[in-house]
Design a protein around this ligand. Structure first.
Ligand SMILES: [Zn+2]
Length: 197
């Protein structure tokens, strides 16, 4: 009996923790996104594991498209389509060396500007109005790529110069890089756009 009573709080704990995490995320998305999302600043997670290279670029839409509202005019729609086409050529965009023999295994682009619905749990029915305005204020573009590289040893550096040239409103990219030589967090700018794997 005593054992059961001791076990009980622990049994309840995971649920409480999960609940707290959900609440926290919700708060963060609703009130924290403005500080997390700074125009001119992109984020990139890069991971090299064996032959698999994974790149995850998260950027304010402003950096890539020049605006963050839903495209309604023909000019805006054309701009969004052009950016999307550029993001669909990650081998060019990330300047991956041919010698590494990387091919795209998966790629996924996500943004309210591409017509994707924002995360469902951000928007309860009752605060749909409020949430909608936030969505109009700021939106991001997320691009997630997975490459299979036949000669990953040829990946000596990750050169982001093409990204800065293609999207000049991007001033810096905060990179988290995980590679066989360890993990590093680096802030990359147009002037110093390459980092070592
Ligand atoms: Zn914004």
């Amino acid at each position: 009996m005593r054992r059961l009573l001791l076990a009980l709080p622990f049994a309840l704990l995971p649920l409480a923790v999960t609940q707290a995490a959900v609440e926290h995320d919700h708060d963060h998305d609703e009130h924290g996104s403005l500080s997390a999302h700074e125009h001119g600043v992109g984020r990139l997670n890069a991971a090299l594991d064996g032959q698999t290279l994974e790149l995850e670029l998260e950027s304010p839409a402003m950096n890539l498209v020049g605006f963050e509202h839903a495209a309604t005019t023909d000019a805006d729609k054309a701009k969004v389509a052009a950016v999307r086409a550029q993001l669909e050529k990650p081998l060019v965009l990330f300047n991956l060396p041919k010698a590494a023999g990387c091919v795209i295994a998966t790629q996924e682009l996500e943004s309210p500007l591409f017509g994707d619905k924002p995360d469902a749990d951000d928007h309860d029915e009752e605060d749909a109005k409020d949430g909608h305005e936030h969505e109009l204020d700021h939106s991001e573009i997320h691009a997630h790529y997975q490459f299979s590289c036949s000669a990953p040893g040829a990946l000596k550096t990750l050169d982001l110069a093409t990204i800065f040239n293609t999207f000049p409103a991007t001033q810096k990219i905060q990179v988290q890089l995980i590679s066989p030589s360890g993990q590093q967090g680096v802030e990359v700018t147009a002037k110093a756009a390459a980092l070592k794997f």
